[in-house]
Each structure stands twice: as C-alpha cells, then as structure tokens.
Design a protein around this ligand. Structure first.
Ligand SMILES: Nc1nc2c(ncn2[C@@H]2O[C@H](COP(=O)(O)OP(=O)(O)OP(=O)(O)O)[C@@H](O)[C@H]2O)c(=O)[nH]1
Length: 795
C-alpha cells in the first residue's frame, strides 16, 4: 500500500485571513464563535481519520488566530490540526450544479456539517452559510462566485465547488467543470429538470464529466420522485440508475431505501431541531410496510437488470456465479459495477433526500466517494508531457485587498510548493508563489506542498488569470513541448504539438453594456485598477474604452451581472461609480454586396507612402473563406497580406449602422498597389477605410440578440403573461403543464426584456419565476431597425 504524502498544517488562518474578499467581516460577526469551535471539531475529525490508516504519518503544528475578530482573545484557539493528503485514488474533485434555488448551497452546508467542518447548520434563508460568503450572496441569498471547499469523508478528500445557478453566471459553472472530475446535479424534486439544469448538464457533457443526481426537497409539498425520474429521462436524455427509493414524499418523507445494500435508512421526524446526524439503518426484511417492501424488491431487480445490461463483468456474475440467488451478489461487486457505469457515463446514479430537513446527505457523501471518479480515473495527454514536473491550471482568480490576487489551481502533475517560483505558460513569465492554501470555505489552512490531483488556493501570483497554465519553469515547459512534439509526430497530431497551454474556458460574448464613470477624474485610476482586478477574477466581464468619448464601458452577461459588478466596486473598492443606461450589444451584417476603391497618399518625413486598394464586401456563405484574393492579384499580395488582413479585421469591430461588431461578412480583395517603402500601418489604414466605404453602400442589416425565456407561473396569470410577451415582440413556442403551474417557453428580443424581472414580479404578485439565456442573433425587421436608429439619433 502506498504511503500517502503528508503535509502539515502550518497555521490556521481563519482569524487573520479576511476571507477571499475583505468584506467578509459579516461572516465573522455571525459565525466567529462557531469558527473557533469548528477548529476543534475539525481537528478531532481529522485525527480520527488519521488513525484509521496505519500507514499514515501525521505532523501537527500549532497555529494561532492573531487578531482580526472583534472581541476575540488572542491565542484562545487550539488549532492543532493535521492535514493528511490522501492517495490520489481517494481524492474527489466534485462540482455541485443545478438550477437556481435547487438547494446546492444547503446541501453543501450539510456536507460540511456532517464531515465535521462546521459546528452549526448554516441556512441560506438566515444568510449564514459558509460557502455563500460574499456580502452580496448573503443579502441576495444566491451563490455568485464558486466557493471551493475542501473536506474529508470516510478517508477521502473531497474538493467541492458550489457553483451558481443564475444564468448570468454560467461562465462560473463552466470554469469549475473544466477542472472537476465528477459532479452532483441537484434537483428540486417538486420541479424535476428545470431550464438551467439543462444548460449545466450540456456543459458537463461537453467536458465529459461523470455525474450523479440528487433529488433534493423530497420533503416539499408537491415533491414527486417518479415525475423527477421521468424528466431526467425525457429532458436530459439520461439513463437514471435508481440507487434509492424515498420512504414517503412531501410532509411524510422520512427516509430512504438503499437498493444497493437493501437497507432502510430513517431519520427522526419528531423535531425540526434534529440535525440528522444520527439515523436508523435496518435490513429491508424488517420493513413493516408491505407495499414499500414490494416496490423495493421490484426496483432492486430492475437495477440489477440495468447494471447487467450496461456492464459485461457484472452480467457474467449474474449469469454464472450468482445465477441461483441474486441476493448473494456481494455489495462491493455491485458498487464496483455502478462505479464503472458512472465513469463510462452510460448511466447516472440517482439518490434522493432533503438537505433542509437533514435527510439523505450522508448517503450522498458515501455515493460520491464510491461512484465518482478520482483524478487517477481521468487521463490527459499533457500529463505525460510533464511527467513528474508541475503542471497546473488556474481556474479562478479572486481578489483580496490585502493579499492581492489569489488563484485557485488544479494540479495535474508534479507537486506545488509554497515559497516557490512558477512559470506561467500563457503569459510567458515567471512568478513567485508565496503561500499555498487549502480552502475550507471562509477558513483557509496554509500548507507547504500539495501533490497532483488536488485543488488549492495560491497567494502571490499577480499576473495569472483564469485559464492560465502554470508549470515549474520555462525549461520544464520547453521539455514538455519537445515531448509533445515527439508525441504529435508519432500520432501525426499537429494540435498536440502546439497545445502546451491547457484549454481555457470558452467565454460567451457579453450581451449588455453600459458606461461607467468614477465619482471624480482623480478617481479614474482607482476605477481602472478595480476593473482590472475584477476582470482577472471574472473573464466574462469585458471593459472597453469608447474611442470617441474616452468613457469606460462595462460589458456583461446580464442585468444582474452588471449590477453585481457595480455593487462590488462600491463595497470592495470604496468607489461610488455612475452607470449609464444599460444598452444591448447588437451586431451587424450585410444582405447584399458592394465594391469600393480607395487611395491613401501622404508624405511621412521624407518618404512618400501610397496605397491603392479595391475590394468587395459580400454576405458570407457557410463554406466560403472570410477573406478571398482575386485571381488577378500576385500571390501573397507582395508581402502585404498580414497588413491587409489586419485592416479588414479591425473594420469588423465597427459596423456602418450602429458601430456594432460585424458578422457573416466576406471580403474579396481585387487590388492592392503599394509604393515601395510604404509602412504596413498605412496599408492597414487604407484597407480599413476602403472597407468602411464598401460597407456604407452595401445592404446593411442590424442583428439583435434573441433570448430563450422560460417562465413558470400559476394558471391564473397565464393570459396576462402571454399578452405581455406578445407586446414584447415575443415568439411563443410552447406552453407546458407542471402540476398546478404553467410553463411558457418563448423567444424574445433582449431589447424588450429590460427590467422584465420587476415587471413580471408585479404582474404575478411575485409568484412567477423565469430563466433567460442567449439563443441567437436575428435580423431586425425594417420598421424596428429604423425606430432603433431614430432612437439613437442615427437616422
Ligand atoms: N423544502 C425544502 N427547501 C429546501 C431544501 N433545500 C434547500 N431548500 C430551500 O431552497 C432555497 C434555495 O436553497 P439554496 O441552498 O440557496 O439553493 P441554491 O441552489 O444554492 O441556490 P443558488 O445558489 O441561488 O443557485 C432556500 O430557501 C432553502 O432553504 C430542501 O431539502 N427542502
């Protein structure tokens, strides 16, 4: 048995460390007494887990809280805490993903509580959860930033990332999925699969993340186990493997039947105060309810059949060794088969419970360790290029006012060490990392080194942004490049030779923008600095400068996104900024082509610079290249090709109608005559001017963002919601029934949805909910296009 590497906790930073963001004082206020006690319970828990493995050696170092907490007595915290880094096979890097409000945060809180990392149960509704620790998150009761949490369960290290459900923050979800090995999809069992679940499910598919489902809120009136299972089949097109059956639904929900071990698990329903830590486990034969027993037997037979269908090894066990009595199949063999199926993504295990009522979370934790992959189960080409050298991916940057940027990394190979220099492949620079931290939600434990497979938080990397690849040195990157090159030659895979940089996350184009102004000119540099830090953290936030007015422009994924950024600049950077009206990010295209020519002729110093260009713009068809050169042109345009294409691309940024980016426009270059000695910049400028000329006379068209809207409301409001959608130029696709509710699916131009949440709330007395995502860009009709141009004073 491999001896696990041991790392020692050097200091518990809970007191001095003001959270990932400085305004974290609120958590200390509501939880600091808890924080101190937690340290005890965590130590005990870890000590317990230490003693279960005889090969583990531990090193415990005394740390101390030093100030930072109001009313806190220095030195009264016993932070004797040993951190064992388990073998890689016992690490689980897991994401929790779901539709907004499905209960991810509540479930995470319960996990932390049962694993001994918190002393009290946090409650989203009371604003005292551990993972939602930004002030805005506490106030709004939603998760904005993924908070990574590390904890141990049954000798396993679980690195868990609580991801936000709101569509404005899907980049956060995708960023987490990129580095996770497995995921738990949490559902509201009264709603089944909801709109955002579909989006995150698709994202998890894209990154081939094995996952399991947790049907939460089984206690809620209207909770329907069977309905939720059907919606997983129908909407997610997934194959559910039912590992549990609920005992009761809604108010009568009291526990679960474990179809793998054939036991019933029941929690006390006597008191709401019960923390669910203890529950009763009985063999199924002791179950009094005959109907339930029968259903459990049937569900178990179905489960065995499904597993045999999907796993040959298990099928042969069933047909040969245990054909006489399937009940004799050892639980471990069944679990191993479920694990293989989950990793192969041929089915998804389904569990259920109620996080709020403290039922079913411990079996979920067991299932995570049993069925979801360890880093060893996931292989990547680049791991062989780096061998034992460090290779890590920065997947999130957060900014702390005192410590500067702090970077979450996933280590793929080699060890990451505190107080060491690392090389950032994307930025081509060497940086010094001062500290390495294990993130226990708002508490941080400093460690000296971490082996591959882990997720850690680093301090000191100032240039690193989300998506950057970090290795030990430039020499190590070069050696990896050579190995990648050889591998690429062998496999004739050109891509692998270039691909030293681990793929980052695709960031969707922002659909909203607005100007942002500092309170005074003197504060402009502070605002620029705040925006620079926020952009390092949040790659979906774009900042531009208006070339005419010089004003700063914020571009974001939605109204809420921009609102949160505004709020954070105020709270975290102490700047009261002014936002201009929110505007839509339109695009432009052309419906018919046009040809133009232009000449630039000027003296620069003693040199005459002269270029004549003739080109044609045309609607781009799917199979033609964006830039074509007419046959009459000399090949390579006499060495000016790059300058010509720079000129073309720069003119794509400002369309002729609104100055919005152009799409689906092709160019044919007919003539480029350049006087020798003319600079490349002048060639690009002439091409760009000629492009603008041609575009002006082409058939111009504005494209507007169309949103896919899903609204859930009581039947009484259906008529008024539909009438309102039609007024907003909405195209209604479908009206579905969901128990007593109606669900409307529609496509609506984004321009018509400004302030929709407030309008919908007042029209339905706050009872309706909706989700919104960008569907595509569509041409505006002539009338709407003209009225938009008039509104902007452009017609
Ligand atoms: N009845 C019931 N309510 C629950 C349960 N779990 C969570 N809730 C409630 O559902 C609401 C949302 O819970 P959260 O844990 O914040 O959900 P979330 O998925 O993290 O939400 P976002 O981070 O905003 O996406 C809160 O009011 C919770 O108290 C449950 O098991 N049963």
């Amino acid at each position: 048995m491999a001896i696990p590497e041991t790392t020692a906790c050097q200091q518990v930073l809970g007191g001095t460390f003001k959270g990932i963001r400085s305004p974290c004082y609120s958590i200390y206020r509501c939880g600091h007494a808890r924080l101190n006690r937690e340290t005890y319970s965590t130590s005990r828990d870890l000590q317990r887990s230490v003693s279960t493995d005889e090969n583990d050696t531990t090193e415990a170092v005394l740390g101390s809280f030093t100030g930072g907490l109001a009313g806190h007595r220095k030195g009264d915290v016993k932070s004797l805490r040993s951190i064992i880094t388990p073998p890689v096979s016992k690490i689980r890097n897991i994401g929790i993903m779901a539709h907004i409000d499905a209960g991810k945060t509540t479930t995470t809180e319960r996990m932390l509580y049962y694993s001994g990392y918190t002393r009290a149960l946090g409650d989203v509704d009371d604003g005292d959860t551990v993972t939602d620790f930004m002030v805005q998150e506490r106030e709004r009761g939603i998760t904005i930033q993924s908070a990574a949490v590390t904890f141990d369960w049954n000798g396993h290290r679980i690195n868990l990332i609580d991801t936000p459900g709101h569509v404005d923050f899907t980049v956060e979800v995708e960023r987490s999925l990129r580095v996770l090995d497995g995921a738990v999809a949490v559902f509201d069992a009264s709603a089944g699969v909801e709109a955002q679940t579909l989006t995150v499910w698709r994202q998890a598919d894209k990154h081939s993340v094995p996952r399991m489902c947790f049907l939460n809120k089984m206690d809620k009136t209207g909770a329907r186990f069977t309905y939720s299972i059907e919606s997983i089949k129908e909407k997610l097109k997934a194959r559910p493997l039912l590992l549990q059956l609920p005992i009761g639904e809604g108010k009568s929900f009291q526990g679960l039947i474990d179809l793998v071990t054939m036991e019933s698990l029941s929690w006390s329903t006597q008191s709401n105060e019960d923390d669910g830590r203890t529950f009763q486990k009985k063999p199924l034969s002791a179950l009094m309810d005959r109907d339930l027993l029968q259903s459990a037997k049937e569900a178990r037979s179905l489960l065995l059949e499904q597993i045999a269908d999907l796993d040959d090894e298990f099928a042969s066990l069933m047909l040969e060794e245990y054909s006489e009595d399937l009940n004799l199949i050892p639980v471990e063999k069944l679990q191993a088969a479920i694990r293989r199926i989950t990793l192969a993504r041929s089915a998804v295990p389904v569990l259920c419970g109620s996080a709020l009522k403290n039922k079913g979370v411990q079996p979920l934790l067991d299932a995570i360790t049993l069925y979801l992959p360890s880093p060893d189960d996931c292989s990547h080409d680049f791991m062989s290029w780096y061998k034992d050298d460090l290779c890590a991916l920065a997947f999130k940057v957060v900014h702390d006012r005192q410590r500067g940027p702090m970077v979450f990394v996933r280590i793929y190979s080699g060890a990451m060490k505190a107080q060491s220099a690392v090389y950032n492949v994307n930025k081509n620079c060497t940086e010094r990392m001062s500290r390495l931290i294990l993130p226990f939600a708002d508490q941080q434990v400093e460690i000296s080194s971490l082996p591959p497979g882990n997720i850690a938080l680093t301090v000191g990397l100032k240039q690193t942004a989300t998506g950057d690849t970090i290795v030990s040195s430039k020499a190590s990157a070069s050696a990896a490049a050579r190995r990648a090159g050889r591998a690429g030659e062998k496999s004739k895979d050109k891509k692998s030779q270039d691909n030293l940089v681990l793929a980052g996350v695709e960031i969707p184009e922002p659909v909203f923008f607005c100007t942002i102004e500092p309170p005074s000119v003197a504060k402009q540099p502070d605002l620029e600095n705040a925006l620079r830090c926020l952009q390092l953290e949040d790659p979906s936030l774009k900042v531009k400068t208006d070339p005419d007015s010089g004003q700063l422009i914020l571009c974001g994924m939605g109204e809420l996104h921009i609102e949160i950024i505004h709020d954070r600049i105020r709270r975290e950077y102490g700047l009261e900024t002014y936002l201009g009206p929110l505007q839509i990010a339109y695009r432009e295209t052309i419906l018919s082509g046009s040809r133009a020519s232009d000449t630039l002729d000027r003296m620069m110093g003693d040199t005459r610079q002269q270029v004549t260009v003739e080109l044609e713009v045309k609607p781009l068809s799917d199979d033609s290249p964006v830039v074509e050169y007419s046959d009459s042109l000399p090949s390579g345009v006499n060495g000016y090709q790059e300058a010509v294409e720079n000129g073309i691309h720069s003119s794509y940024l400002t369309g002729p109608l609104l100055g919005s980016p152009l799409q689906d426009v092709g160019v044919i270059v007919h003539k480029v005559n350049v006087l020798p000695g003319t600079s490349m910049t002048v060639v690009s400028a002439c091409v760009s001017r000629c492009m603008q000329k041609a575009l002006k006379t082409a058939g111009k068209q504005i494209l507007e963002p169309m949103m896919r809207l899903e609204i859930t409301m009581g039947e009484d409001y259906l008529g008024s919601v539909l009438a309102d959608l039609l007024q907003r130029r909405g195209n209604i696709q479908e009206i579905q029934d969901r128990f007593d509710n109606k669900v409307v699916l529609a496509f609506v131009p984004l321009a018509e949805l400004m302030g929709y949440s407030t309008d919908l709330r007042s029209a339905t007395s706050g009872s309706a909910t909706f989700t919104l995502e960008l569907s595509n860009y569509e041409p505006m009709n002539a009338q709407d296009q003209n009225s938009l141009l008039r509104k902007k004073g452009l017609l």
